[in-house]
Design a protein around this ligand. Sequence first.
Ligand SMILES: Cc1cc2nc3c(=O)[nH]c(=O)nc-3n(C[C@H](O)[C@H](O)[C@H](O)COP(=O)(O)OP(=O)(O)OC[C@H]3O[C@@H](n4cnc5c(N)ncnc54)[C@H](O)[C@@H]3O)c2cc1C
Length: 302
Amino acid sequence: MAPVIVYSEEESWGKQLLTAAKGLGDPVLFTFNRNVAEKLSGMYTRTYYVKTDSFDPVAISGALRDVVNKESATILLFPCTNKGRMIAGLTSGALGFEAITDAVSVVKTGEGLEVEKLTFGGNAMAKVKAGDKASVCIVSGSYKETEEAGSTGELVEIEAKAGSVEVEYSPRKMEGVDPTKADVVVGAGRGVKKKEDLEMIKELASLLGGAWSVTRPLAADYGWADSWIGISGLVISPKLYIAIGISGQPHHTMGVRGAKIIVAINNDESAPIFEEADYGVIGDLYKVVPVLIKKLKERKQQ
Ligand SMILES: Cc1cc2nc3c(=O)[nH]c(=O)nc-3n(C[C@H](O)[C@H](O)[C@H](O)COP(=O)(O)OP(=O)(O)OC[C@H]3O[C@@H](n4cnc5c(N)ncnc54)[C@H](O)[C@@H]3O)c2cc1C
């Protein structure tokens, strides 16, 4: 079977993309996270761990290109994250691969790859065909994580390679806990009427030991936060996501599909978020959230 290279810097992504890769060929992992390499090398046929002190996209993409050439790989899978997209773009451009983003499924046909992907900002799906050399960025939650360990695969350590192109990577500084790494994320939407009211969202997140974030309008239109959750923002996979005053448009919910449990608080019982949620509270967030905060504080004092 031809190798399919999965780029992953996180365990969950490594397991999700492994499921996708298994249907396409022989899965080979590429990562710059030592922990991921060690944990997942038993699941992949081969794992390439690239040693690097920091996230240097050019060096990482250079090392990935070497691996692609060494393996004679023609299919590359990436997570639809900011870093994943960046490495996919640099690598595909340099190798002359087609690059397809926002994919939810990838299948191999006699003619190449058939990819189902989100389009019109997540409101519709499109089926596109890719030629014989392609990179595909996959949206979180599209594939279930592979759980069973396979035979112990080879772990190969490689050096990052300095590139000839200079790319400046300056991630925005986040206030508090990083939502992409937190077990609990509290998300606020336009149901929150004033910037000051975000304080109760932050307090709830802090009491739950988690992170807070917002929908795009609150960040991009109102400037209340530096980042947002959704298809054009952060993609999160917490154990618990609490969506407060969020209607649940696909642009947003595509970013939380990896969450294990979703709880929604909304005063409109017909809000689409309730279709995504495992638990729902139909009510005014200005009444519900203070009660939650009070109860959590009482519990902490017990
Ligand atoms: C190309 C493109 C990309 C986009 N990418 C993203 C993205 O990545 N992430 C993202 O979030 N959005 C994105 N959007 C915007 C997206 O389409 C929605 O407009 C947005 O998610 C809606 O945000 P919201 O749920 O906060 O607001 P609304 O849709 O206005 O929903 C507010 C909700 O709050 C409820 N509410 C009001 N008052 C209360 C109250 N007192 N108590 C309880 N509930 C209350 C209402 O019932 C309503 O359901 C994108 C749009 C485009 C065009």
